[in-house]
Design a protein around this ligand. Structure first.
Ligand SMILES: Nc1nc2c(ncn2[C@@H]2O[C@H](COP(=O)(O)OP(=O)(O)OP(=O)(O)O)[C@@H](O)[C@H]2O)c(=O)[nH]1
Ligand SMILES: Nc1nc2c(ncn2[C@@H]2O[C@H](COP(=O)(O)OP(=O)(O)OP(=O)(O)O)[C@@H](O)[C@H]2O)c(=O)[nH]1
Length: 441
């Protein structure tokens, strides 16, 4: 299911991080050893009333000069316009209206995205409201006063934000064509892959601008079936600052991954797998999307009979938190194995939608328990009563036990492995929820 995306835009020091943290709350890590995109606080899940959305903080650095600042602000706004459903433009009542605010407002106004103007640091509504009215001059609607540090006004602001979620956007979900996001570091060959897919099949329909977003989605037909490819390429040329570039590309990745069923993570065979690849992979993993690792530029690697194993092992090592991922070695240049990519996509889609009958699951669990005794602590042994699959995309299971504390991560892993031994589920993560049930008399 694709959730709406709300992007925060604003000058340095207006309080973006503070607002972000106030809304995001504390996040509990459910998966061990995986790389920390969330620790950077670039994105977070927010629930308000019955609505859920993904919030993205587009800003992060503090440019030294005003010139650099303005170009940074422009890029921030551009990325927000491209990726968000609603843009939250944050300004600072203490600094008042500044020239750059007008410039950013001009840019935002030209997009069709709804904009919520939020005036931060209004720590005292009675005293500071006259200063808030000044922001009407931006010409982008009513300013909403908040104090992020004292958590004032956030409810009214959130009401305004969710009022812009458009029911028509749900149309994207009715569209049953599989959506595939091609993600990866700059220069790994994302555009080349999409171009080759289009050229090879010669049935390009046309590049259609997404109706709900300005991102470009490309339909590609293979064996009579249509797939939608979501591109995240093309940021490199515009940014000079490394951390800025990385932040923006993560923002775009989050938005593409959110909208996708399957994520193809492209890795450059010449470079090998890197920390940044692991970060990007972590986003797809956390979102429970189907995952295919495509090692591109395979033509440019000198090979002997061990090369492919060496690469495979290296990748499995760095991306150990997603050992379930499918892997394929391709060349966008020669087209090698690109057809196979479609077969893999089909396979992963099937696995994401696979449902296992409760009876079968309980047989597997009983057998697993018989083979390896569950852990115990202080004389009390873990008992597993019952397992059932509650949903798909990703396949999600609930296990009922006598005592949650006793169900160690490693034993859940063990059960997961047994389920995978029986059903594969390659390319998709599996989620497990552990519930306690009173011990039977
Ligand atoms: N008085 C007051 N101060 C605030 C409020 N929100 C944030 N601040 C302060 O403003 C300063 C900047 O806040 P940040 O959240 O780091 O600002 P930012 O926009 O994320 O800044 P960058 O990371 O540089 O983009 C900090 O000293 C905060 O404590 C508020 O509601 N009231
Ligand atoms: N040898 C070889 N070169 C490739 C292959 N695929 C892409 N390249 C080259 O790698 C470079 C980057 O390719 P792009 O498709 O622009 O990469 P990208 O990931 O879209 O890059 P960004 O737009 O920066 O995100 C280009 O010079 C391509 O010609 C491949 O399979 N083999």
């Amino acid at each position: 299911m694709s959730k709406p995306i709300v992007a925060i835009v604003g000058r340095p020091n207006v309080g973006k991080s503070t607002l972000f943290n106030a809304l995001a709350g504390e996040r509990i890590a459910i998966v061990q050893d995986f790389p920390g995109v969330t620790r950077d606080r670039i994105y977070a899940d927010v629930t308000w009333l019955d609505k859920q959305f993904t919030m993205i903080d587009t800003g992060g650095i503090e440019p030294e000069s005003n010139d650099v600042l303005l170009s940074y602000m422009r890029q921030q706004a551009e990325v927000a316009i491209q990726t968000a459903d609603v843009i939250l433009f944050l300004v600072d009542v203490r600094q008042g209206l500044v020239d750059n605010d007008f410039k950013v407002a001009d840019m935002l106004r030209r997009s069709t995205k709804p904009i919520v103007l939020v005036v931060n640091k209004v720590d005292n509504f009675d005293k500071l409201m006259p200063d808030v009215y000044e922001f009407y001059n931006l010409g982008i609607g009513d300013p909403h006063p908040v104090s992020s540090s004292s958590k004032l006004g956030l409810g009214d602001m959130l009401d305004e934000v969710i009022s812009h979620f458009n029911p028509a956007d749900l149309k994207e979900e009715e569209d049953d064509r599989p959506r595939i996001a091609i993600v990866g570091k700059p220069n790994v060959g994302k555009s080349s892959i999409i171009n080759k897919l289009i050229g090879e099949e010669r049935v390009i329909v046309s590049e259609i601008a997404g109706t709900t977003r300005d991102a470009i989605d490309t339909p590609v037909k293979y064996h009579g079936k249509e797939f939608i490819f979501i591109d995240t390429a093309g940021l490199r040329r515009k940014s000079k600052i490394k951390e800025e570039l990385e932040r923006f590309s993560i923002v775009r990745t989050v938005s593409a991954v959110e909208r996708a069923d399957i994520v193809v993570l492209v890795i450059d065979a010449k470079e090998g797998v890197t920390e940044q690849d692991a970060k990007i992979a972590g986003i797809a993993h956390e979102r429970g999307k189907g995952i295919i690792i495509a090692v591109n530029k395979w033509d440019a690697v000198e090979k002997d009979d061990k090369t492919i194993y060496k690469h495979t092992n290296e990748i499995k090592d760095v991306l150990s938190f997603m050992s379930y991922a499918e892997m394929i070695f391709i060349s966008a240049l020669t087209g090698q194995r690109l057809n196979k990519l479609f077969d893999l996509i089909e396979k992963v889609i099937q696995n994401q939608n696979l449902r296992v009958a409760t009876g079968v699951l309980n047989e597997i669990m009983a057998e697993a328990v018989a083979l390896q005794q569950p852990p115990s602590d202080k004389g009390r042994r873990l008992k597993l009563y019952y397992i059932t699959q509650v949903s798909i995309k990703p396949p999600t299971f609930v296990i009922f036990v006598n005592d949650k504390e006793l169900m160690h991560f490693s034993y859940t892993r063990y059960i997961e492995n047994k389920i995978r031994e029986a059903f594969g589920f390659s390319g998709t993560s599996l989620k497990f929820f552990i519930r306690e049930r009173k011990e039977k008399e």
